[in-house]
Design a protein around this ligand. Structure first.
Ligand code: SAM
Ligand code: SF4
Ligand code: SF4
Length: 367
């Protein structure tokens, strides 16, 4: 029996049924099997990185004998922006560039410029952001801003230099990253979001120093629960520090007040300091699954489309692209993939029902 695909009707807020394979009427997003609209696209532009974070690219696996993708396998900027344009016709309003380390992809600002020129069917520019380890952001921030980047998220797991170097397994220092954060804010990419992955027994002692450092800074520090992404980081539930514990630890020193946000697809729960010291966020991917509001599709560097961070397999878009598919044909392929989507890994993990084998690596698909 064929399934009916539902599309949200923004004027009435009632779902409208469509026959399978049909494209959404102009201006309406495709919905998946759980009635989640397609809103966000995360584009990983490289599988390479100049860090070897132990929770993402452990050096034992990603060593000198590891084979990264050849440049010819990667989608070109033209291919990426063409696909992104088709995605906007299906509901995407927000694009995040990621990796690997996206700032290692040569002339990334040219891609930013191409994406910044795209418009939604309603004529609005996209929310265009990028996640970086910050190592080379100080010299790239101004060019990224003038190319049209809206905002930036910078990862920083510790202020303590030895701990930072241990976790990132790199020769960079927290000061290199802090200089990048300042440069981004100076360039107008504010507020800068700062992501800290917390691992119990490793950097949880940095929760308070990080909170103090970013209070009153105008930047928004976000604490991320350590996730079981990929197959190489030896994840262990005992190393996860629940977001509630992070909030308790900070709130005991600086009282916190929740910030309401009704936005679907938002992963971070927002809190503000009661004394006006600014805002923080917590991302509770392990203790409070948010699959029900997951509106994200993920594109890999060589053009595979993944429906979940924990997926086993992607859908090859590069082949039809390079075989000459028209925009209309590509749109039908994308709409078909999204409307068949039923992923909810984190909810299943919470019920001990997830299949943890053969997941894609975080450094390949991005966060
Ligand atoms: N290289 C860039 C960076 O580090 O910001 C972009 C890619 S990185 C894969 C994206 C985000 O995923 C980073 O904020 C990183 O800390 C986070 N991340 C990587 N592995 C993780 C894990 N096992 N659990 C939670 N977050 C993780
Ligand atoms: Fe590189 Fe980012 Fe992964 Fe660290 S988290 S290894 S910086 S891709
Ligand atoms: Fe989305 Fe998959 Fe994460 Fe659930 S587990 S929130 S479906 S990416």
């Amino acid at each position: 029996m064929s399934k009916v695909i539902f599309l949200a009707d923004r004027r009435t807020d009632r779902p409208a049924s469509l026959t399978p394979g049909e494209l959404p009427p102009q201006g309406q997003p495709a919905l998946d099997q759980r009635a989640r609209p397609l809103r966000d696209l995360r584009i990983s532009v490289t599988d390479r990185c100049n860090f070897r974070c132990t929770y993402c690219m452990p050096r034992e696996v990603f060593d000198s004998s590891y084979t990264f993708m050849p440049h010819s396998a990667l989608l070109s900027f033209e291919e990426i922006s063409r696909l992104a344009g088709i995605f906007t016709q299906l509901g995407v309003e927000k694009i995040r560039l990621t990796g690997g380390e996206p700032l290692l992809r040569k002339h990334i600002e040219n891609l930013v410029e191409m994406l910044a020129a795209l418009r939604t069917p309603q004529g609005r520019p996209l929310d265009l952001t990028l996640t970086t380890n910050g190592s080379v952001l100080a010299r790239k921030a101004a060019a990224l801003k003038s190319a049209g980047l809206t905002r930036v998220t910078v990862s920083l797991d510790a202020l303590d230099a030895a701990m930072f170097q241990g976790m990132s397994d790199s020769g960079f220092t927290p000061d290199d990253v802090l200089r990048g954060i300042d440069a981004a804010a100076d360039a107008g990419l504010a507020p800068v979001k700062v992501n800290m992955v917390v691992r119990r027994g490793l950097n949880d002692g940095q929760i308070l120093p990080m909170a103090e450092r970013f209070r009153h800074s105008g930047h928004v520090l976000r604490f991320i629960e350590y996730m079981d992404v990929g197959n190489t980081n030896g994840w262990n539930l005992a190393e996860v520090v629940p977001s509630q514990e992070v909030l308790d630890r900070i709130g005991a020193v600086h009282p916190l007040v929740p910030v309401e946000s009704g936005e679907m697809g938002r992963v971070a729960e927002r809190w503000r300091y009661a004394d006006g010291g600014g805002e923080i966020g917590v991302i509770s991917s392990v203790t409070q699954a948010f699959c029900g509001g997951c509106t994200r599709a993920r594109l890999s560097p060589e053009g595979k489309l993944f429906m979940c961070l924990f997926a086993h397999e992607g859908h090859d878009l590069r082949a039809p692209l390079r075989d000459g598919a028209t925009d209309h044909e590509m749109a039908r392929i994308l709409a078909g993939i999204w409307s068949a989507r039923n992923d909810n890994y984190s909810e299943l993990r919470g019920r001990n029902m997830a299949d943890p084998s053969r997941k894609i690596e975080m450094s390949y698909i991005g966060g």
